[in-house]
Design a protein. Structure first.
Length: 642
């Protein structure tokens, strides 16, 4: 299947590294910058990095400002550099807003941190995991837990509603039976009244007067029943409010004020974060200083400066066991510089340890701050609710007193109405009065039963409607559970993928490069206990293992320190490529830049380039002429940077 070609890239450079001015056009695929040392190949790669967004570039020594313009298809990107005292300010609109991924895994110059980490035998996990924002993952985990707990509480409430449904149904059936019995009883009483009325001879006016008197008694009793029901409801509400008040009072009284002030913790956290940012800068600066000095000691970093083609800058700096200090110009012992480098490496290691301790302390204090704020919010909510409950209790007690007065008044009214009804002189009055009273009581009971049945029906309907939502809530809970699992295992998966990718690529590359006695290089991911601040935590680390074979075919394990320079460089390059693939860097930047491959023989360089070119749209490598000669002619070759 034919690949879709990518547009050529035009790079215009001014005052970067050792370059005065240069314009280079790079087609897609592989571009080889071929030439001797001090021909600005590395300077051009640094300029290309700057245009793509990196800050790991330098101004020309005698320039106050420089710039890079990058034309990629229809888009144009710019990068400006301005000298400000001892530092350089970067501006413009480069290809990348955040170059960290590319600096680690795409811009593979000699001082690339991933390559150097392998060469030094560092724990490789820190390099691979640095781009992963684990703090954001932890925050998302906490939010998912909160949402899950709320869903589980709601589902539990719905489960409780469903468990109560059979009781409600049974209660409804019981009420319906009572209603049917009451209706039959009322029908019987009415029949008796009809028979009594048929046998009583009296005037129509007298009869209507008696009926009206009975109706007034019935209406008054109905109103009294409503008042008594309201009074019972208010008393129940009052009891619940008083119980809630007692619980809230216990909560407020038992709540302990936090030992530390949240605002004071916030100040301490800000202070630690400032210190961490300072350490980040120091670690990065030390890394650059160490990488630069390592390059200078080995003599491979000289080509970034201006020089006369054909001169050997290394000879100008090194002679026997002494070298010319590139900072002060005096002759010093090489061992002295190596000792200084060791101290710088040790200092950087100490700074990394301190940064890890500060990161752990920040997390610990942040958690404590959240707990304090949460506890304070709960106390404040309890106090606010306590005030509200007190007000509700006063209002309820006032309503109860009013209802009691109204009930007392209504009872007196009923007594007067009954006396009024009893004063009516009608034959058969006593029996009729008793029957009317009985009918009145039955009618009130029927009304109450009908109201209760309606309430039960409404409650059943509401519960059934709520229960129908449970499946949706359960589905949401399952999604959250899956999300939590995914978040909790994301870091583990990234680590596992990184290790697997590296091991797969290393195996492939070793097969391609055909080292005689180097059987296998692989990373082991293992857990180790480390101290962070005042506590011990379990962390994973990536350890590099090497398997060699002796002339008699016996396999044995070796260390990175015993790898040849060529083997170490290839291992570093493949490790960086694994990071490029694990973090999908090709989705962020379509470039891979290669430099300082002199330790690898030309045939193997050709194989490495061929392997790398399948993973990026643009691969740009700086090679010596004799190394470039081993590469295919179809690659693009740039022999002069101008």
């Amino acid at each position: 299947m034919a690949q879709i070609s990518k547009p050529a890239v035009r790079v215009d450079v001014r005052n970067i590294g050792g370059i005065d001015e240069a314009s280079v056009t790079l087609p897609d695929g592989v571009s080889i910058l071929t030439g001797r040392n001090a021909t600005n190949r590395t300077s051009f790669l640094q300029a290309l990095m700057a245009g793509l967004g990196s800050r790991q570039s330098s101004l020309k020594g005698d320039a106050e400002e420089g710039e890079v313009t990058l034309e990629l298809g229809d888009e144009t990107y710019t990068r400006t550099l301005q000298r400000r005292g001892d530092s350089v300010a970067f501006g413009g609109d480069p290809y990348l807003d955040d170059p960290e991924l590319a600096d680690l895994f795409a811009f593979l110059l000699e001082d690339n941190e991933a390559r150097r980490a392998v060469a030094r035998g560092d724990d490789l996990r820190e390099i691979i995991m640095r781009p992963i924002d684990t703090d954001a993952i932890d925050a998302e985990i906490r939010e998912c837990k909160r949402e899950r707990d709320e869903l589980e509480s709601e589902i539990e409430t719905l489960d409780s509603l469903e468990r109560d449904l059979p009781d409600l149904e049974a209660d409804r059936r019981e009420k319906l039976e009572e209603l049917e019995e009451a209706q039959e009883e009322l029908e019987s009483v009415r029949e008796e009244l009809d028979e009594l009325d048929a046998g009583v001879e009296e005037s129509r006016t007298r009869k209507e007067e008696m009926e009206e008197a009975f109706q007034r008694v019935r209406d008054a009793r109905s109103a009294l029943d409503d008042l008594e029901f309201d009074l019972e409801t208010e008393r129940s509400t009052l009891a619940e409010l008083k119980a809630e008040r007692e619980e809230l009072q216990e909560t407020v009284e038992e709540a302990e004020e936090p030992d530390e002030n949240a605002d004071r913790l916030a100040g301490r956290i800000d202070e630690l974060r400032r210190r961490k940012r300072s350490l980040d800068d120091e670690v990065n600066e030390l890394g650059s200083v160490i990488g630069f000095n390592e390059d200078m000691v080995s003599g491979s970093g000289i080509d970034i400066d201006e020089g006369t083609p054909g001169d050997d800058p290394t000879d100008a700096l090194t002679a026997g066991d002494q070298t010319v200090c590139w900072t002060c110009g005096s002759e010093v012992e090489t061992d002295q510089i190596e000792a200084t480098l060791d101290r710088l490496r040790e200092l950087r290691s100490d700074k990394l340890d301190e940064r890890n301790e500060i990161r752990a302390e920040i997390q610990e204090l942040t958690d404590k701050q959240s707990s304090i704020k949460q506890a304070r919010r709960e106390i404040e909510r309890a106090e606010e609710r306590l005030d509200a409950v007190g007000t509700e209790i006063e209002s309820t007690e006032s309503r109860i007193a009013d209802l009691e007065d109204r009930i007392e008044s209504k009872e007196a009214e009923i007594e007067e109405l009954e006396e009024e009804a009893e004063s009516i002189d009608v034959d058969g009055y006593d029996e009729a009065l008793e029957l009317h009273r009985e009918a009145n009581g039955i009618e009130l009971r029927i009304e109450r039963l009908e109201d209760e049945i309606d309430e039960i029906d409404d409650e059943i309907d509401e519960r059934e409607a709520a229960i129908e939502r449970r499946e949706d809530l359960q589905a949401e809970r399952e999604e959250l559970a899956d999300r939590l699992t995914e978040l909790r295992t994301r870091v583990d998966r990234i680590e596992e993928d990184a290790v697997e990718e590296f091991n797969d690529h290393m195996e492939t590359v070793l097969d391609i490069l055909e080292y005689d006695n180097l059987d296998r290089i692989w990373i082991e991911r293992r857990e180790t206990e480390v101290r962070e601040g005042r506590r011990k935590v379990t962390r994973t680390r990536f350890d590099l293992h090497i398997i060699r074979s002796s002339p008699d075919g016996t396999a044995y394990e070796d260390t990175v320190d015993h790898l040849s320079e060529s083997e170490r460089e290839v291992t570093g390059l493949v490790f960086a490529l694994a990071g490029y693939l694990v973090h999908d860097v090709y989705e962020t930047v379509p470039f891979v830049l290669l430099d300082s491959l002199e330790a690898i023989d030309s045939d193997r360089i050709a194989r490495v380039v061929d392997y790398f070119r399948t993973h990026a749209d643009y691969l740009v490598a700086a090679l010596l002429p004799e190394d470039a000669a081993a590469l295919p002619e179809e690659y693009a070759y740039v022999e002069q940077i101008d």
